[in-house]
Design a protein around this ligand. Sequence first.
Ligand code: PNS
Length: 157
Amino acid sequence: MKIGIYPGSFDPITNGHLDIIQRASNICDEVVVSVLKNTSKNPMFTLEERVELIKEVVKPFSNVRVDCFSGLLVDYLRENQAKVIIKGLRAVSDFEYEFQMALMNRKLAPDIETIFLMTSSKNSYLSSSLVKEVAKFGGCIEGLVPEVIKKAIVKKL
Ligand code: PNS
């Protein structure tokens, strides 16, 4: 049973994240999208809201579930008997930081592997922060996030 853990802030989930979830669901038996209980950032959506919104958009995938975690990612993987971290790469600019985290996670847990999946090029410029910024200033976010997320952002603003 290959469990892939896809960690992130998901504030909120975008079509880029969904793209990665879909790809991961094709190669893992089970994918757990896990939201970081992040105390240092100032999120638009609470942890509970983010989890509920993700649950809504991953409904079409039968092997994907949603959870949250705090502390070290590798400890969370161990608690879940998982050995695979799923990460999305949009562009070369993501690589340096992701590579650094992957090597640190490997140092902490040599038996855990990080697998990088590439988003489709149509999503390569997408980020949660950009989507929030565009929405905040009244720009169109059509096609960047699922409809339910778009509604949730509009409601927040
Ligand atoms: O969506 P994000 O904010 O880029 O996700 C970052 C995340 C959650 C993957 C990363 O911050 C993380 O793994 N945090 C858990 C703490 C941890 O294990 N830190 C050491 C990893 S090098």
